[in-house]
Design a protein around this ligand. Structure first.
Ligand code: ADP
Length: 469
C-alpha cells in the first residue's frame, strides 16, 4: 500500500531568502524533498538538504530556509504550513561570520597560547525564542565551514542533546548533522549514526535549574573542567570554541546562574534573544566594567542582542512531553534509520553491587517528603551535600520506580559516597520496566547486552515517568 495519497503531495516554490515553516503533530508524519531538478539549495536550521532525498518529520515545529530560492515537495499533511518572507537568517549568518573570524585568528595562534581558544558563545533568553534553533544553526554553519564545534547543552528541561532529557551534555561535532533529527538522542555506548565523539553527560534529574541550584552549579563546574581538558587534546575543537545552549533565563533571579556559567566556561560572547530587559541586565553586568574582585571576566565579554524568528512557536506542555518521551524512546529503540533493540536485563535488589541513589529536589514547593528516610527531616536537605540520598534497597524499592529512567553512573556501586554520586558523569541509562518486590529484583531495559555494570544508579524526577512500550 502506498503510504501517502498522491493527492496530498504539495509543491512549494520558495523565492530567495524565504522559508517554509511547518508543524507536524506527534501522531502523524510528513516527508519533504528538495525537488531533484531544482536549481537552488535549502537548509534546515543550518544543515543542508540533499536534492531528491526524502526527509521524514514527526512531532515537530520546524522550517526549511533557502538563500537561493528552491522548490520543495511535501507528502502528507502538516497541521500548519506557510511560506515566510521575513526571517532573522541574515543576522544569524553575520553572527556566524563574526565567530568565524575569531576562529581564524585562534587557528593562527600557537596551540598552547590563550589566543588559540576560539570564541565561546552563550545563548540566553526566555522560553521558545529560538535559542536551541540558533544553537543548531551556528553548529551547522561551523561544521559546513570545516570546523569542530563543541556544543554544550545546559537545558535540562528540553529534549536533551544526544541523550535523554534531564541531562546536561557536551559533545564535539565533527561532521554534518542529521537534517531530521538535529542533535538527536542515542545511547552513548552503542554505535551511532551521529557524528560525534563520545558525549560527556551528567544527569541532573530535575526539571528546573533552580530546583537544585547547588548541584546544578557543581555539575557545570565539573563539566567545564572536563571540557577544557578535552579541548587541550583537540586543537581543532579548541580553535572552534564553544556554543552553549541554556535553559530559559528570563528574569533577574537567574542573573547569578548566568554569571556562574559565564565564569566557568570563560564565555566570550553572550547573545540575548527575545528579551530587551535581559539584554540590558547582561549589558550592565558584563560590558565595559572594570574587572572587580567578584567578576574578573566582565570586561572581556561581548553582549549582543539578536532578533527572534517569527516562526518560533510556543510548544504547549503536552507537545513538550511528547518530544521528551520520543527522545527517551529513541535512546532505547533508535529510529527508522538506525533501529536499536534494547535488552531486558534483571537487577538483583539484594546484591551487594546494587546501589540506588535519588536526587533530592531542594525547591520547597516540590519537596517530596514521603521519599525521606525515617529520621531525616526537611532541614537536613539544606545541608551542602544533601543533593542526593541513598535509597534503602531493602525497604524502599517498589513499584514507584517503574517507568522511570535510571542513570548508570561512572562511579562504582560499592564504597561510594554522596559527593562522588552527586558529581559523577554518566555511562548510560536504563529504563525500569518492572519491580518484583517479592522476588527482590527489577527488570530494566538496557541499550547494551549483558549485566548492568556494578556502578551506582541514580534516579531523578525528570524526565517524569512514562510508558515506553
Ligand atoms: P528555545 O530554545 O528558546 O526554547 P527553540 O529553538 O526550541 O526555542 O524554538 C521553539 C520552537 O520553535 C521549536 O519547536 C523550534 O523548532 C521552532 N522554531 C524555531 N525557529 C523556527 C522557524 N524559523 N520556523 C518554524 N519553527 C521554528
Amino acid at each position: 500500500t502506498q503510504l501517502f495519497d498522491s493527492a496530498t503531495i504539495l509543491t512549494r516554490d520558495l523565492k530567495p531568502n524565504q522559508e517554509f515553516r511547518f508543524e507536524v503533530p506527534p501522531s502523524t508524519s510528513i516527508t519533504i524533498r528538495l525537488t531533484a531538478g531544482t536549481a537552488g539549495t535549502a537548509e534546515l536550521f543550518g544543515t543542508e538538504l540533499s536534492k531528491g532525498l526524502p526527509y521524514t518529520f514527526t512531532c515537530c515545529k520546524s522550517a526549511i530556509y533557502t538563500w537561493t530560492g528552491c522548490s520543495l515537495s511535501i507528502e502528507g499533511t502538516p497541521s500548519v504550513e506557510y511560506i515566510a518572507e521575513e526571517t532573522p537568517m541574515a543576522t544569524y549568518l553575520n553572527l556566524h561570520v563574526a565567530l568565524e573570524k575569531l576562529r581564524v585568528a585562534a587557528s593562527d595562534c600557537p596551540p598552547t597560547t590563550d589566543g588559540a581558544q576560539g570564541p565561546r558563545i552563550l545563548l540566553v533568553g526566555p522560553p521558545d525564542v529560538g535559542k536551541t534553533t540558533l544553537c543548531k544553526i551556528l553548529t551547522g554553519y561551523s561544521i559546513r565551514q570545516g570546523r569542530k564545534p563543541m556544543v554544550i547543552n545546559l537545558d535540562t528541561a528540553g529534549e536533551g542533546v544526544l541523550t535523554v532529557p534531564g541531562t546536561i551534555s557536551a559533545a564535539s561535532f565533527g561532521s554534518v548533522m542529521d537534517v531530521e533529527d538535529g542533535f538527536g538522542s542515542s545511547p552513548m555506548s552503542a554505535p551511532s549514526a551521529i557524528p560525534v565523539k563520545l558525549p560527556l553527560v551528567y544527569y541532573y534529574g530535575l526539571e528546573a535549574a533552580e530546583s537544585g541550584v547547588r548541584r546544578y552549579k557543581r555539575l557545570i563546574s565539573r563539566m567545564a573542567v572536563a571540557v577544557n581538558s578535552r579541548l587541550e587534546e583537540d586543537i581543532e575543537s579548541k580553535n572552534t570554541g564553544l556554543i552553549i545552549d541554556t535553559p530559559s533565563f528570563d528574569n533577574q533571579t537567574n542573573g547569578d546562574l548566568i554569571s556562574y556559567i559565564v565564569a566557568e566556561f570563560s564565555v566570550t560572547t553572550i547573545a540575548v534573544l527575545g528579551s530587551e530587559r535581559l539584554y540590558n541586565t547582561m549589558l550592565k553586568s558584563f560590558s565595559s566594567q572594570p574587572p572587580s574582585s567578584q567578576s574578573q571576566q566582565s570586561s572581556n565579554v561581548n553582549v549582543i542582542k539578536l532578533p527572534t524568528s517569527g516562526g518560533c512557536v510556543d510548544r504547549d506542555a503536552p507537545f513538550k512531553k511528547a518530544i521528551r518521551d520520543a527522545a527517551v524512546k529513541k535512546y532505547f529503540f533508535g529510529d527508522d534509520k538506525c533501529t536499536l533493540s534494547p535488552y531486558t536485563v534483571t537487577i538483583e535488589l539484594d546484591s551487594p553491587t546494587f546501589s540506588l541513589w535519588e536526587i533530592v529536589d531542594s525547591s520547597t514547593e516540590n519537596k517530596n517528603i514521603s521519599f525521606l528516610p525515617i529520621g531525616e527531616d526537611e532541614s537536613s536537605l539544606q545541608t551542602e551535600d544533601e543533593v542526593v540520598r541513598k535509597v534503602q534497597a531493602a525497604t524502599e524499592v517498589d513499584s514507584r520506580y517503574e517507568n522511570m529512567v535510571l542513570a548508570v553512573l561512572q562511579v562504582d556501586a560499592r564504597d561510594v559516597g554522596r559527593k562522588e554520586v552527586a558529581e559523577s558523569a554518566v555511562l548510560g541509562f536504563v529504563f525500569v520496566q518492572e519491580v518484583d518486590e517479592k522476588e527482590r529484583r527489577m527488570k530494566v531495559l538496557s541499550p547494551v547486552p549483558g549485566r548492568v555494570p556494578a556502578k551506582a544508579l541514580l534516579v531523578g524526577k525528570w524526565p517524569e515517568g512514562m510508558f515506553l512500550t
